[in-house]
Design a protein around this ligand. Structure first.
Ligand code: FMN
Length: 186
């Protein structure tokens, strides 16, 4: 698969088969991530590979946030347990964080570089026949998600990435043509 083909056919995958993702596969993905460009060679990215119990802890933290919108206590508890279970059952879940530099300019570059690393990872996963789903949201700043991951001080979670063998590949979402979004400046 060429890079162009990988870019054109990658989709966010939400449904995975039960096939476990091996350590070797995960290491290939992370090696690709770490090849991303980064200004000043700060290599700002950090990755956490969550095992089933860590995934369940992250899911419980996310579920607790969702459950705040549910009034009835049993229903709220059911929400927490469902999100916990769906996370435990994932074939593989990675957390991407960035080391926070004191300098705001470097901090912004490092954030960008870490997303380039995530894109590398997603494209290489696709080329390996795997699917990825990048997720974000306020949960990433929740102390309970930090505890679930064991995030050290001075890092910020900027994405979680579910990885697995796709069970269902969604249709491509329509995109605007680049010409619509481009100004050629003379
Ligand atoms: C920075 C970022 C954050 C995202 N966060 C979420 C998320 O929280 N939940 C979700 O379902 N998808 C999330 N996505 C996936 C996008 O919804 C998805 O890429 C988009 O719908 C386009 O679909 P495609 O990836 O299949 O082309 C995120 C993607 C990016 C790049």
């Amino acid at each position: 698969m060429t890079v162009l083909e990988a870019i054109a056919t990658r989709r966010s995958i939400k449904n995975f088969t039960d096939r476990e993702i091996s350590r070797t596969e995960i290491e290939r993905l992370l090696a690709a991530a770490c090849q991303a460009p980064n200004h000043r060679m700060t290599e700002p990215w950090r990755f956490y590979v969550l095992g089933p119990e860590a995934r369940a802890r992250y899911g419980a933290a996310l579920g607790a946030r969702k459950a705040k919108r549910v009034e009835e206590p049993d229903a709220a508890q059911a929400v927490i347990e469902k999100v916990e279970r769906t996370h435990r059952d994932l074939p593989c879940m990675l957390v991407a964080s960035v080391v926070l530099d004191e300098n705001p300019e470097i901090r912004e570059e490092d954030y960008a570089a870490t997303y380039m690393a995530i894109q590398n990872l997603s494209l290489v996963a696709h080329a390996m026949g795997l699917g990825t789903h990048i997720k974000s949201g306020a949960i990433m700043d929740d102390p309970n998600s930090h505890a679930a991951v064991g995030l050290p001080e001075g890092e910020r979670i900027i994405a979680t990435i579910n990885v697995g063998e796709p069970a269902r590949v969604p249709e491509a979402k329509a995109r605007r043509q680049s010409a619509e979004l481009t100004t050629w400046v003379s």
